[in-house]
Each structure stands twice: as C-alpha cells, then as structure tokens.
Design a protein around this ligand. Structure first.
Ligand code: MGD
Ligand code: MGD
Ligand code: SF4
Ligand code: MO
Length: 739
C-alpha cells in the first residue's frame, strides 16, 4: 500500500480551493498541496489549507461524544439528548429551545441539508446564527431589491476593469460573498490588464497596499460616502449607462430625491474622505467600461449595514454594471433549480420576545440571544443546540452570553472541539474528521465568480457505527420531531416531497413524470448523496433525469470530474433571479428610504471625539477555531491592539505596552502595536481570541490565548433593518496599564 492521494475542496474559507491530500496506510493526512487539476483554483492554496492535515489529526479533536464531560457512546449521547430535550419542551414549550448555527455549517454539505430540518422539527422561533454577526444586511438588501435574499451579485473579478471595494480585505480573508480561489492573483490581474482597484478601509491593509488607490474612511460612515457617490452620479448626469436596465427598475426618482442632501462636501468631514476625491471616485466608476462595487464585512457589521449593502448594488445599477460581464453578476449554482418561483421577501413575520426585534430569513439577531436566555417569562430560552459555532467568543458582548450559557437547563453542541462555547454543553456530538467527510459547497458555489461544481468523496471511510455529520444532524432532527428513528427516513421524506413537487411543476425538467420512477434513478450512494444527485439533476445543468442525456448527475461529477467542473464564466440572468412583486429591481425600497432618515439626521451629529474600535482578520487564523493548529499560531502574536502612532504618543503608549480598552460593556487588555496603517482615532483588534477560559480542551490555543475583542463590543447596538451586530465603530477609551 504505502502513500496514496485523495482530492477534496478545502472547507475552511469561502475560496473553494481544491486540495491534494497525501495519506499514509493508517489514513493519516501527511501532506496537503493545492490541487493543480482543479479548474477553478488551479493549484492555489493558503497556509490554512496547507495545514489541514494538522487540523485533521489534531489530538484535541473529540473522537467520541461527551455526556456530562465524560466520553460516552453514541447511543447514550443521543438518548440523553432525546430525554433532556423532551423534558425542557414538556416543561417550557417549544420556543424554550433555541438553535445557534455557526459559520462552518455553511462550509459543509451536511449543514445546509440538515440544520434547517432541526429548527423546523423543534418548531421554535428562537433560531440564531452567525449570519447576524456577518452578512445578514446583504440578505435584507438583496431580498428587498431582487426579491430573493440569496440573490447576491458578486463582482465579476476576472473581467472587470474597475473594482471599488469597501470593508473587505481578501488578501487576508481570501474573499467573502465572492468565492474566488487566489483572490489576490485575480486582483493583480485587474491591474495587469490596465484596470483600477480602489479600496476603502480605515486601515491600509495588504489589499489596500496592492490596490491603485486607498481611501481611509472613518469607521461606520460608509453609508454617507456611498450616498455621496449616488448623489454625484445623479448631479453630474452620469447614470446614462444604466440604460440596459431601462424598464426593469423601479424607484429611480425616489432615489434621486433621497440623495439630494448628501453632496460630497456635506459628508467629507464625517467620512474623512475629501469631497474632490468622492467626486472623482464617482466619475471614474461611471467612466470605466466594466466596473463593480463590492462591499464586505467591514460594511455589514455597522449601524448602517443594510443601507451600505443596498447602496453598493444601487451603484452597480446606476453605472449600468448590474448583471453585465465585468460588473456585478448573479452566479448560477448547479444544484439550485431555476423553475421554482420563490415568494417575495418579507421580514418581521415574528419578533423576538424581549427586545421585539424582527425575524429576518427565519432568524433572530444573535445579539439578542443572551436577552432571551436571561430574561424570565413565558418563552424564555432554557435549552440550546449549537451546531458548529462558538458564540461565547463570536457574539457581541460575548462575556455576557458566556455567563448566560452556564445557566441553561440543557445544551447540546455538534462540534469537534471542547471550546469556550461547548464547555457549557451537557452533550457534545463531534462530527468526523475533514478527511472522513464528503463535500459539496452548497452555500458557496452560488457566490462564486465562475459557475463551478465539485463533489469530494471522503478520503477515508468512516468506521462502522461512527455517524457522519449528516447522520448526526438528521438524528437530531428526528429526535426533535419526537419520532427518533432511522435518520434516513428524513432524507426519504425530503426526496419524495421534492420529486413529487418537481413532477407537478410546469417549468420543471421532469414535469409530468412519475416520482416513483425518478426516485429509482437516483445515485446509489448515501442518503445525502442521493439528495445532492436529485438537486443537481433538477438544476440548470442537470440531466433532468434523462431528459438531457449529457447533463449533470452526481455520478458524472464524481467519476468524470473528480477535480471539479468548470461551468463557465458568469452570464446575465437577472430575469431568472428577480422575484419581487413588481417583477422589477426595486432601487428604493420603502424600508430603506425610511432608514435614510436616520442617516440624514446623523448628518448634523457632532463629530465623535473619542477612539473607535474596528476588527481585522489575519491570513493564518479563521474566526475562533484554528488556533489549536501549532503551525498557524507559531511566530509573533497577531492579537494586538493596532493604533496610529500619533494616538499612541498622545496617550503615552509604546509598542508592546499593555493597554486597557474600555467600552460600555466591558474591558479587555491587549498589547499595543502602533502602526501608521491605522487611521488616527481608530484602534483595531482581531476577533476569535480569548482561549484562556477553564474547562476547554484546546491545548495549543490555550497557550496562545490572545484576548477576546467581543468583551467590549455591544449587544445593544445593531443595524435595525437586519438585526446585524455592530463590530465596527465601537466607542472605546484607552489607558496604558502598568505591568
Ligand atoms: N484568514 C481568514 N480568512 C477568513 C476569516 C478569518 O477569520 N481569517 N473569516 C472568514 C469569514 S467568516 C468571513 S465573513 C470573511 C470576511 O472577509 P472580509 O470581509 O474580507 O473580512 P476582513 O478581512 O475582516 O476585512 C474587513 C475589512 O473591513 C475593514 N473595516 C472595518 N471597519 C470598517 C468600516 O467602517 N468601513 C470600511 N469601509 N471598512 C471597515 C477592516 O479594517 C478590514 O480590513 O473572511 C473569511 N475568511
Ligand atoms: N468582533 C467581531 N466578532 C465577529 C466577527 C468580527 O469580524 N468581529 N466576525 C463574525 C463572523 S463574520 C462570523 S462568521 C462569526 C463566526 O462565529 P461562529 O460561527 O460562532 O464561530 P466560529 O469561530 O466560526 O466557530 C466555529 C465552531 O465550529 C466548530 N467546527 C469546525 N468545523 C466543524 C464542522 O465540520 N462541523 C461542526 N459541526 N462544527 C465545526 C469549531 O470547533 C468551532 O466551535 O464571528 C463573528 N464575530
Ligand atoms: S484560501 Fe481558503 S479555501 Fe483556499 S486553501 Fe486557504 S483556507 Fe482553504
Ligand atoms: Mo463570517
């Protein structure tokens, strides 16, 4: 035997890189390289992907369930969950069980297929996720503009001549809501073909350093800048290129009216961007042949997160770049059927019990999870299910949440680690190693800059009796529905319902066929694989169950394209995507127009005088959970408090000093790193650190603990339209601490 090779997609970030794993006889991953044959990533890899072997073989990774902190068998673990959940529901009702779904759930095949079924089975209104600490504003903006919260246009990186990027640092993050392996290389290519890249960020990041131009902006003020860009386009009559959308857009005049008061001169002081620069930026955007505006987490995790997300696409529309090659385009994921019309988007179908915050996409803001746990009364949260999340570090004012978790009657976590969050769980159900897990990026291929599909078979088979993550989640859904039985029954139900609906749908490729017959044609793999096969075959590239002989099936993807299948550059498809009530792009939805009043009022606010805290990411880190990989934490401490040297001098702070950072919610002490890459008045701390708590089992992370920035972020500050957490622009005071 000896060495063998296996290929799979990297599950760690949104870039979708193909990996080549080398495994030994025992199934240990001994080397990881970029998969040169992947048509999308073409061998690109970053340090996180390259150390996937260490993550896979991490001795701290839980191999078996924990019940009450002790290793237990799967039957005992599931039986405990069944008993305890039933007890809580019997005593306090269904809304007393909350679910929190974390980021890695979006990077797995099992998460998107099964996590929702758990929530549905419990029938709880208390569903939370990392989305409200991340991209929820973009869902709300796309929901209202295009009718579908998942219809998110991505910048067509490979064909654009001009990219205006706000609040994104893909040289560290490798991109988000824009899946593009080797994002840095794609940015360099824009410049190499004579295009221009402009970055707007309170820090001169590595991305900003690579760009043609960097604009420092005061944290939290992007909406003013974006409004001023819209204002300039109207004022200087630069919207003519939007003509290809003529007759397909509503609200142009209302928008023009809203922007009247946001002249560049009016926002220059607030934003820190000179009026002349704003005008030139608008002109260059309008003049570029093919341009795209792209805003990411820096613009979402703000008090104006939804306005920012909306205005980014408003600019894409006004400059004629929406749904046009080289502009902002809608990917066409192979697994998503295009014949199914979606219901137009609404929010607020229910409200959170304590703060009355509106539901968005079936979720309540993670910022208010703690209120729901702490506040007594009918519907108080008494039990929590977490799936691949670490809210004890990742949520705003997470120390308060951390304390609240300790008081739950029951908590179960699906997670490979005993960490800051799962240490509170009565039962921990660990998913298998990445090498043992199949992969298909359901959530991310719909955000990729090329249409692309790749299925990864597990590199190492699971031992008998060891459930996959899909089986763990399906079993939890069965338990939650009160019919604890074979989890495959859940898949069977979903398959039958979907095929019956597809056979009855006029536009579907299987219209009029016998669902029974279709069912028999499905892939012979696991229930998960059968569901994926079904989705691919009903999808826009699918074989339509034989209707399109050369079309896509899972079998074909698995056997003929083990390194992935390139389905081509993005193509215009606005008509396929639009599902607003009007059938047009809503350029000026009324809820957004109303929120502009808030922005308008803030035009007259006095300029803040204190320091504002923002976040940042580092290439060798990934939110809270890669700090147990020795290779990634080796070297200098990255969890430092960056601040401008002028501020440091004024406050008597030198490099390496310990600084106490205080906000409304708490304090944190961090090591100072004065750097002129941060604009004056701004301090920056990365998130995901603070691994010094007792009761965890992450030895390397514990030794490289860092501090938790979310000790000082504020759970009461949210973007009102999306409920999203505000991590950027947090008012703080600083004082040096004598050691
Ligand atoms: N290496 C690494 N990669 C990751 C992750 C990670 O933790 N580490 N996390 C993954 C996840 S979950 C996500 S969501 C993505 C995020 O991907 P990105 O959106 O690219 O995230 P960041 O690198 O944090 O870049 C955000 C930038 O916004 C800037 N910023 C802060 N406040 C403001 C503001 O008010 N206005 C503007 N214009 N900019 C502001 C910050 O200085 C920072 O440079 O990255 C993913 N990839
Ligand atoms: N201050 C501040 N806070 C932030 C951010 C910020 O920029 N600044 N960013 C926010 C963003 S964008 C995000 S996405 C959130 C992330 O917030 P969370 O999703 O709550 O946290 P993560 O750190 O991603 O934790 C991931 C958890 O999943 C587990 N895990 C890893 N792989 C798997 C798997 O295959 N299956 C399962 N079931 N579990 C797995 C890990 O052990 C870990 O416990 O943090 C948010 N918090
Ligand atoms: S860029 Fe992202 S997907 Fe690619 S290897 Fe690194 S972590 Fe994995
Ligand atoms: Mo995220």
């Amino acid at each position: 035997m000896g060495e063998r090779m296996a290929f799979r997609t990297c599950p760690l970030c949104e870039a979708l890189c193909g990996l080549e794993l080398t495994l030994d006889d025992a199934g240990t991953v001994t080397r990881v390289r970029g998969d040169a044959k992947d048509p999308f990533s073409q061998g690109f890899i970053c340090p996180k992907g390259a150390t996937l072997g260490s993550l896979d073989g991490d001795p701290d990774r839980l191999a078996e369930p924990l019940v009450g902190g002790a290793a237990a068998g799967w039957d005992e673990a599931f039986e405990t969950v069944r008993r305890e959940l039933a007890a809580v529901i019997a005593k306090h009702g269904r809304d007393s069980v909350a679910v929190y779904i974390g980021n890695p759930t979006a990077h797995s095949l099992a998460g998107p297929l099964y996590a929702g079924a758990i929530v549905k089975a419990i029938r709880t209104r208390n569903m939370f996720s990392a989305s409200t600490a991340d991209q929820m504003p973009k869902h709300v903006s796309c929901g209202h503009m295009f009718g579908d919260p998942l219809a998110i246009p991505v910048p067509d990186l490979d064909r654009t001549d001009h990219l205006l990027m706000l609040g994104a640092n893909p040289l560290e993050s490798n991109g988000s809501l824009c899946s593009a392996p080797d994002f840095p290389g794609r940015l360099k290519a824009i410049r190499a073909r004579g295009g221009k890249v402009v970055v707007v960020d309170p820090r001169r990041t590595r991305t900003a350093a690579l760009a043609d131009e960097h604009l420092f902006i005061r944290p939290g003020t992007d909406a003013f800048l974006l409004m001023a860009l819209v204002h300039t386009l109207f004022a200087e009559d630069l919207t003519a290129s939007a003509e290809h959308l003529a007759g397909r857009v509503n609200g142009l005049d209302e928008l023009r009216g809203l922007a009247v008061d946001f002249a560049p001169e009016r926002v220059a002081e607030i934003t820190g961007v000179p009026a002349g620069t704003i005008r030139r930026t608008a002109r260059e955007l309008a003049a570029a042949g093919r341009a795209a505006v792209y805003g990411r987490i820096g613009t979402c995790t703000q008090a104006y997160g939804t306005l920012n997300s909306w205005l980014v696409d408003v600019l894409n529309v006004l400059t004629g770049n929406l749904d046009r090659p080289g502009g902002a385009m809608f990917p066409r994921p192979a697994h998503a059927p295009v014949y199914r019309r979606k219901k137009p988007f609404t929010t607020g179908r229910w409200r959170s019990r304590v703060r009355g915050l509106p539901e968005v996409s079936g979720e309540l803001p993670v910022a208010t999870l703690v209120d729901e746990i702490e506040t007594p009364g009918e519907g108080q949260v008494k039990a929590l299910i977490t799936i691949g999340g670490n809210p004890a570090l990742s949520a705003p004012n997470s120390d308060r949440l951390d304390r609240a978790l300790a008081g739950l009657e029951f908590m179960v976590s699906v997670d490979p680690y005993l960490n800051e969050t799962t240490r509170h769980a009565h039962v921990v159900l660990p998913p298998p190693r990445p090498a043992q897990t199949p992969h298909y990026d359901l959530a991310l291929v719909g955000l990729a800059v090329r249409n692309y599909a790749r299925f990864s078979v597990p590199a190492v088979p699971l031992p008998d009796g060891r459930p996959s993550e899909a089986e763990i989640l399906a079993r939890l859904a069965m338990i939650a529905s009160g019919t604890d039985g074979d989890p495959a029954a859940l898949d069977e139900l979903i398959i039958n319902t979907t095929l019956t609906k597809a056979a009855a749908s006029a536009g579907s490729p299987v219209h009029g066929r016998d669902p029974e017959e279709l069912r028999k044609m499905l892939d012979s793999g696991t229930p998960t694989e059968q569901r994926l096969d079904m989705m691919l075959r009903l999808g826009p590239y699918g074989d339509g169950f034989g209707a399109e002989a050369s079309g896509l099936t899972l079998t074909r993807l698995r056997t003929e394209h083990p390194h992935g299948l390139d389905l081509g550059a993005l193509e215009p498809r606005l008509d396929e995507v639009l599902c607003t009530t009007s059938g047009r792009v809503e350029l000026c939805p009324s809820t957004f127009a109303a929120d502009v009043d808030r922005l308008h009022a803030a035009l007259n606010d006095p300029a803040p005088t204190g320091m504002l805290l923002i976040g940042r990411r580092h290439l060798r880190s990934n939110n809270s959970w890669l700090h147990n990989v020795p290779e990634l934490v080796r070297g200098s401490n990255t969890c430092t408090l960056q601040l401008n040297p002028a501020d440091a001098e004024r406050l008597g702070i030198s490099t390496g000093d310990c600084v106490r950072v205080t906000s409304r919610t708490g304090t944190v002490e961090a090591v100072a790193e004065p750097t002129d890459t941060v604009m004056p008045g701004v301090v920056s701390l990365p998130h995901g650190w603070g691994h010094d708590r007792p009761g965890t089992r992450t030895e390397v992370a514990h030794r490289n603990a860092g501090v938790n920035v979310n000790s000082v972020t504020d759970d009461q500050e949210i973007d009102p339209l999306s409920g999203n957490a505000v991590f950027n622009g947090v008012p703080v005071t600083l004082e040096p601490v004598a050691r």
